[in-house]
Design a protein around this ligand. Sequence first.
Ligand code: NAP
Length: 247
Amino acid sequence: MNILVTGATSGFGEQIARDFVATGHTVYGTGRRADRLAALQDELGERFLPVCFDVADSEATVAALTKIDLSAIDVLVNNAGLALGLEPAHRADSTDWQTMIDVNIKGLVTVTHLLLPHMVAKNSGTIINIGSTAGNHPYFGANVYGASKAFVKQFSNNLRADLLGVRVRVTNIEPGLCGGTEFSNVRFKGDDDKAAAVYEQVAYLTAQDISNAVQWVASLPWHVNINSMELMPTAQTYAGLTVARGI
Ligand SMILES: NC(=O)c1ccc[n+]([C@@H]2O[C@H](COP(=O)([O-])OP(=O)(O)OC[C@H]3O[C@@H](n4cnc5c(N)ncnc54)[C@H](OP(=O)(O)O)[C@@H]3O)[C@@H](O)[C@H]2O)c1
């Protein structure tokens, strides 16, 4: 199969790309960091094909992706995304909010819009979106990040509705706390100590766990659609509802 993985320069996307190449598939891997993509190509060989662009820039995204044969893509993994900040909404940075919307929502929509007509035309294909538990459960400081992942969830559901009668599958994978990626380093803008503290003494999910889920979803026969899959480390669970007293 030919797989397009956005955000293949680190974390989940890199592991997903590695695992698809290891099982004999061809991966088009995207990201902004050309050096990372080139290093992966050196390591993985000709079945890893770098496509370098900023997914927040819709013109650049269209220009880069229309250079490849989109009709040949069997699986799209919409993984590129980020959280910025963990402040309550009234103290959050407006630019951070716009960036999360640009990458997590607009970027994912731009890539999907490019790929989907090709999948429908050939009556086959799988779209795997990387959402988050943050799209299902509110938490302190998740404000726009969580809302962007709620968008991914409902967009996935609505694609399923539109694809009635077509052999194109859509899955939303919703990971909880996952370490060993750059997610928290990005969220805390390079404060690596703060990022490391998130994972202290926690048996967190790994990029391999998420890649395993992606590989499984993609390997199922065409008539099986996993609508959504929420994964958490056993050590993570739901917060109760919170009450402020004396206000
Ligand atoms: N780690 C977690 O706990 C967790 C939990 C639930 C969901 N997720 C979601 O999983 C996905 C991957 O996260 P991760 O943990 O693997 O984080 P990561 O290690 O920071 O990887 C993020 C990837 O997205 C790419 N990306 C970010 N902004 C981009 C842009 N403007 N244009 C192009 N590519 C961009 C990055 O590539 P470049 O920097 O090279 O552009 C990188 O390859 C994200 O959607 C995240 O929201 C993560």
